[in-house]
Design a protein around this ligand. Structure first.
Ligand SMILES: *Cc1c(COP(=O)(O)O)cnc(C)c1O
Length: 416
């Protein structure tokens, strides 16, 4: 792609282009951060009014039944299932990714305690998203039975590290920093051969690329709905457990929503059969109602079509940045090979934080991750080819002019 006009032409011919109209996006903004906080579906603007004004203000407590609130975790789980290759009644929307990770990690360790109690290592990547590592560390500390967290520094090292002591391999399918896409089927097969269970964090892959948990033979999966799924800030997350393992153990947060007979109000816990046992307590209904608006858009297209566009967008962006900004110290840390690439592109720059702040002021929203990483998320539902072109051009201008050196771009904000 060599001119801006050709990018406009690609957008004009893009069969997915009209999906952008499903979202409420500030005009002129080039939003490349849908992998951190997704955009607002137009339907959410109406739905929030209905859920607050009609279901809450008027329906009050009857809405748990009449508006279907109580069934929402399961109903929306079914709506999400096809995006991750899960079956009917295998997914619930609930709680946060951090909380759901805790649940499945305990469940996986309990399964291993029955099968192979000598396995005490939770294996993950050092550059995994921090909360994943922290949750595992906290659990090892709490259990105080010789469990430990082992961190590895590359996908190759990860494969070599799976061994006789490994209880669980806990991997984020698309690494939040580098955008590296792990091969779910291969890694799952390897783990199973070595006797380890797998937990897949899908935060940076769900809604970004096709996922087939069942075909891969995965054991557990969790992920959030506020990134590529556009469910809204802090929207509840999801959890899936392989049916073969699901009813073998309790999950540790044995609250009343996961009880077999919630409104019998019994004085002892008995987990519900199926994935409903992964519920804990009362859910944020206003926020959960928004998740459906995000999911609805995905049912107007296919993950395969979205994946093709995503790769075309990230290819274009990489090529343009490398051509336009070649005189600047930028290092691509995202794999060039499609089979290893998610839907965001990361470049290192020694002053990445300030460059991102300057870009945001110029209307290109990416984000910054330690150390020195500038991330640019492409969301095929609404990102355009001309956005990739313009973002590369504006990045070039910011770097050429040294705009980022201005003092106002130096101070760190609370959220980077
Ligand atoms: C975004 C993200 C999370 C977020 O967890 P929360 O509990 O929603 O704060 C967790 N893990 C990964 C890999 C993420 O990318």
């Amino acid at each position: 792609m060599s001119t801006r006009e050709q990018c406009l032409e690609l957008d004009a011919q893009d069969p997915l282009a009209s999906l952008r109209n499903e979202f409420s996006l500030p005009e002129k903004l080039i939003y490349l951060d849908g992998n951190s906080l997704g955009v607002c579906p137009n339907a959410a603007l109406e739905r929030v009014h209905q859920v607050v004004k009609v279901e809450w203000a008027e329906g009050l407590v009857t809405s748990w039944n009449s508006a279907g609130w109580r069934a929402l975790p399961e109903r929306l789980g079914n709506r999400l299932a096809s995006l991750i290759g899960a079956g009917e009644n295998e997914v619930v929307i609930t709680d946060t990714t951090s909380t759901n990770l805790y649940k499945v990690l305990v469940a996986a360790l309990r399964v291993q305690a029955q099968r192979a109690p000598e396995r005490k290592v939770i294996l993950t990547e050092r550059n995994n998203f921090p909360t994943d590592i922290y949750i595992a560390e906290g659990l090892a500390e709490l259990l105080d039975q010789g469990y430990s967290v082992r961190l590895v520094d590359s996908p190759d090292e990860l494969q070599r590290a799976v061994g006789d002591d490994t209880a669980v391999v806990m991997i984020t399918q698309v690494n939040y920093k580098t955008g590296y896409l792990h091969n779910m089927s291969e890694l799952t097969r390897l783990c199973h051969e070595k006797g380890a269970l797998t937990i897949w964090d899908l935060c940076h892959s769900v809604g970004a690329l096709p996922i087939d948990l069942k075909a891969a033979g995965a054991d557990y999966a969790i992920g959030c709905t506020y990134k590529y799924l556009n469910g809204g800030p802090g929207a509840p997350a999801f959890v899936w457990v392989s049916p073969a393992l699901r009813d073998m153990t309790w999950q540790p947060l044995s609250g009343w929503w996961g009880h077999a007979r919630q409104f019998q109000m019994e004085s002892h816990y008995e987990p519900a059969p199926g994935i409903s046992r992964y519920l804990c307590g009362t859910q944020p209904m206003i926020s959960m109602a928004m998740v459906e608006c995000g999911l609805d858009v995905f049912h107007k297209t296919s993950m395969q079509a979205l994946r093709e566009k995503s790769l075309a967008l990230t290819d274009l962006f990489i090529k343009q940045v490398e051509a336009r900004c070649s005189s600047h110290p930028l290092t691509l840390i995202t794999p060039r090979e499609h089979i290893y690439r998610g839907s965001h592109v990361s470049f290192e720059h020694p002053h990445g934080y300030s460059v991102i702040q300057a870009l945001i002021e110029r209307g290109v929203v990416g984000d910054y991750r330690e150390p020195h990483i500038m991330r640019f998320g492409f969301t095929p539902l609404y990102s355009r080819f001309v956005d990739a072109w313009d973002a590369a051009e504006i990045l070039g201008q910011v770097l050429d002019s040294g705009l980022w050196r201005d003092e106002r771009f130096m101070t760190r904000k609370q959220v980077t």
